[in-house]
Design a protein around this ligand. Structure first.
Ligand SMILES: Cc1cc2nc3c(=O)[nH]c(=O)nc-3n(C[C@H](O)[C@H](O)[C@H](O)COP(=O)(O)O)c2cc1C
Length: 322
């Protein structure tokens, strides 16, 4: 019987031919076979979207942020569609650690791609505790610190808005793990560069930006906020130019590599973020609209590089800068 596993089909041979551009990137010591990943919270806790395409198609998986304790999340309604975007406040519902370790982590462990777990805490201690537990799992490729959380011991300002708080936190986390640490920043025009420089100096290996900016929608008939938490966030195409600008600005401000995101929906957006300075690019809200957008963008990106005569996707990084 013919063993087809040893005989690549002609199209498969073409895929690995020398004339194919290289899509692989290195970011924070993590090797991604292509620069595409997903924004935390938009692809489930353990790649639940695998019903649409194999999770391993993407360069790395960033699952939903977890806490060190069970948390119900915010009251419904949690999401509301707006012009060119999504208004949401999910509130990061989380299992307790034991449930995560026994269930989700077991699924993540078997995936054949780098998994970067996103974590959050209300205090430095809570971040450090969850980071140590994640590190001990032994299979993660990196940790993403979701800094969009009010710092309960320091007046409630988000860690990501306060350079001193962000710096202290990253320095403590840095000591608690040998895994690459990625600081995910909130998009705040006035503090962004200072926070980015602070987390870089404190030992972060990369920065992910942007998290979804704060937003509100009010029902004109009831004249009350629409979503349960009243205050939410805005994501999707509406925020893309702002996010591209912020990536562009941080590329000029820090040396560590950047994961770019905010309204990405196809390969053209990937090129835009990479030209601004991102080494890897995440698909977020689009996953809810078109779950096949990411795998399609990988093929389209490869074709774009071929058409442009570019051999290596890394050549795109920062190409918008003089
Ligand atoms: C419904 C929803 C849930 C999200 N949950 C998280 C989360 O748990 N952790 C996190 O760091 N970001 C979370 N985000 C932010 C996204 O990862 C991403 O940074 C942001 O939405 C911008 O990208 P986008 O415009 O492509 O969605 C969430 C976004 C949405 C829309």
């Amino acid at each position: 019987m013919l063993d087809t596993t040893l005989t690549p089909a002609p199209e498969a041979q073409e895929q690995v031919g020398h004339d194919q551009p290289s899509l692989a990137v290195q970011i924070a010591g993590i090797t991604m076979k292509n620069p595409l990943t997903v924004g935390s919270g938009t692809y489930g806790h353990h790649g639940n979207f695998s019903q649409f395409f194999p999770v391993e198609t993407m360069g790395a998986l960033v699952p939903k942020t977890i806490r060190n304790y069970r948390w119900p999340g915010n009251p419904a309604p949690r999401v509301y569609e707006v012009t060119a975007g999504l208004h949401s406040s999910v509130g990061i519902p989380s299992n307790d650690w034991e449930t995560f370790a026994a269930k989700d982590a077991q699924i993540l462990r078997d995936l054949k791609l780098p998994v970067i777990q996103s974590v959050i805490g209300r205090t430095e201690d809570e971040y450090v505790e969850i980071v140590e537990k994640c590190d001990a799992l032994g299979f993660l490729a990196g940790l993403e610190l979701n800094l969009s959380c009010p710092n309960l011991k320091q007046g409630g300002l988000d860690f990501g808005y306060d350079p001193a708080a962000a710096s202290r936190l990253v320095a403590r986390v840095r000591k608690a793990t040998r895994l690459p640490v990625i600081a995910k920043l909130a998009p705040d025009y006035s503090s962004l560069v200072n926070v980015a420089k602070a987390v870089e100096a404190a030992g972060a290996d990369a920065i992910a930006l942007v998290n979804a900016p704060r937003a509100m929608c009010i029902d004109y008939q009831t004249r009350k906020p629409i979503i349960g938490n009243k205050i939410g966030a805005l994501s999707g195409a509406a925020i893309k130019p702002m996010a591209v600008y912020m990536v562009w600005q941080l590329y000029r401000s820090v040396q560590i590599p950047l994961f770019g995101m905010g309204g990405v929906s196809d390969y053209r957006d990937v090129v835009e973020f990479m030209a601004a300075g991102a080494r890897a690019v995440a698909f977020g809200t689009i996953n809810y609209v078109d779950p096949m957008a990411l795998p399609r963008a990988i093929a389209d990106l490869r074709q774009y590089l071929l058409d442009q005569g570019i051999n290596d996707v890394n050549e795109l990084v920062g190409s918008a800068h003089d």
